[in-house]
Write a protein that binds this ligand. Sequence first.
Ligand SMILES: C[S@@+](CC[C@H](N)C(=O)[O-])C[C@H]1O[C@@H](n2cnc3c(N)ncnc32)[C@H](O)[C@@H]1O
Length: 298
Amino acid sequence: MAGRSPADQLGTLGITAVYTAQVARWGGLRGAELFDLPAGRVVFWMTNLVTEMARLLVPRAAPLAVSILHRQACIDEVLRRAGVRRLLELACGLSRRGIAFTDGDAGGGPGLEAVLVDLPAMIAFREELLSRTEAGRAVLSRPRLRVVAADVVDADLDAIAPAGPDLAVVAEGLCMYLDAVQQRNLWRRVADLLRARGGGVFVFDLVPGPEQPAPGRVGRFLGWLMSRFTGGQGMVHDDRDRRRILAELVEAGFDEVECREPAEVAAAWSLPRPEARSQQLVFIAGVRPGAGGGVKRS
Ligand SMILES: C[S@@+](CC[C@H](N)C(=O)[O-])C[C@H]1O[C@@H](n2cnc3c(N)ncnc32)[C@H](O)[C@@H]1O
């Protein structure tokens, strides 16, 4: 790796983080402009081109950019409504969420605190992009916004997370790359963390396999083409439906579990482009203060 820039070392999922950061910029989400770069715009438009071609063959599929924009804004709104004061964002990539969360001018607060975690090359790339501008350098020096280079699969979450109660853990754009065993391990560790902190909420996205439109042969070829183009690690598909996933969250130690389709709340929650079609599923799993058992609702 010696001599290679952070951008060269990103590989696998790094390019997908560049794409989702561009979605946030395109959607006008605050802070996203700090991660803008010409190559990112190429990734954005090329990915949209390929996925729109695939959509000609799979009309049931929703546009990717809007789906991710709705997902990002929906997760922000879940956090806002939960009134959380501390955020641990796993696999943060180039997410601007922690920046907005700790920005008093953007509805964040001086008392709010965030810790963002990703693999070392991504953290280095993130810091390289932020260090280009004065606004980015100001973000880097914010005391209540820390970044940690770690592998979320085995990191000590309790040691990394901001200290104190009212904690939210977010894992956006991650679970679809983990197999079922890895997902359950992560969920159990997050539930343990939240219970140790006296309660809190975990938010992540995952479109269950049975809800994904069947791509057909040509669609599969386009998917393969896109994964070649992005250098992307393949998504994991299995046959667990949303009820099964909710049940597994209860088994992992959460007391209250639910899932929401951002498209269904887009108008009521004033998400950007509320009229546009999207397909995402956001899971919200809570640990109640002092609760010991599991209560499932959906
Ligand atoms: C699709 S991107 C999502 C980035 C960001 N959460 C978003 O939604 O814009 C996936 C991210 O997961 C990170 N990632 C993948 N495996 C990881 C791991 N084991 N530990 C930490 N981060 C990981 C990648 O580096 C990448 O930044």
